[in-house]
Design a protein around this ligand. Structure first.
Ligand SMILES: CC(C)(COP(=O)(O)OP(=O)(O)OC[C@H]1O[C@@H](n2cnc3c(N)ncnc32)[C@H](O)[C@@H]1OP(=O)(O)O)[C@@H](O)C(=O)NCCC(=O)NCCS
Length: 163
């Protein structure tokens, strides 16, 4: 089933939509990551070096399930599910362009991605996040991710999806 949310309005009144990102969307994806700040923003991602960043994005498009937020044809947010080898669980990453943060777009994009994970039959989705990334942690807790591991620098969080 296609994952698409249209006619969305962010907290500043801006229109956007959420839809799947296809392998041919590398160009709009890199248009966002080329200007992304800070870079890296979290745990080395997105990579600072342009070539490394392009390969990372290309890899995500090849092996992951990719969902993006768009204003017209501009990509302003990107989330990916990276499946484990058995296809039961997936790692989650999310990035919203700095000009569009704190507008509710990350919450909507993450929600759409978890819905997609359920549709694909994943039993759980997990992530790691820096202990000081308070915005991301707030977002994950709001979506019902639970802490499952923690060290001085990083938390691992998981959400069970059933199935
Ligand atoms: C994390 C990220 C994806 C969130 O996207 P976003 O579109 O800004 O998220 P939202 O606007 O939906 O929600 C942000 C929440 O954090 C809250 N927030 C903002 N500043 C905060 C702070 N300093 N401390 C705690 N919460 C904060 C906002 O109030 C909002 O919560 P609310 O909706 O309950 O009011 C985005 O900030 C980002 O791309 N960061 C850089 C990359 C990153 O860290 N990715 C995550 C790790 S992979």
């Amino acid at each position: 089933m296609e994952c698409r949310r249209i006619n969305l309005i962010d907290r500043s009144g801006g229109k956007y939509e959420i839809r799947m990102c296809q392998p041919h969307d590398l160009a709009p994806l890199m248009d966002m990551y080329a200007l992304f700040l800070p870079r890296p923003a979290s745990q080395g991602l997105p990579p600072e070096d342009h070539e490394v960043c392009t390969e990372w994005a290309r890899g995500l498009l090849a092996i992951g399930e990719n969902i993006a937020a768009w204003t017209d044809e501009r990509l302003i947010g990107h989330a990916a599910l990276i499946p484990d080898l058995q296809g039961r669980s997936a790692e989650f990453v999310i990035f919203v362009h700095q000009d569009f943060r704190n507008l509710g777009i990350g919450t909507e994009l993450a929600g759409a991605t978890l819905e997609r994970a359920k549709t694909l039959g994943f039993r759980s989705v997990w992530l790691t996040v820096s202990v000081t990334n308070f915005v991301a942690i707030r977002l994950y807790l709001k979506l019902d991710f639970q802490y499952c591991d923690m060290d001085d620098c990083e938390r691992t969080m998981i959400i069970k999806l059933g199935g």
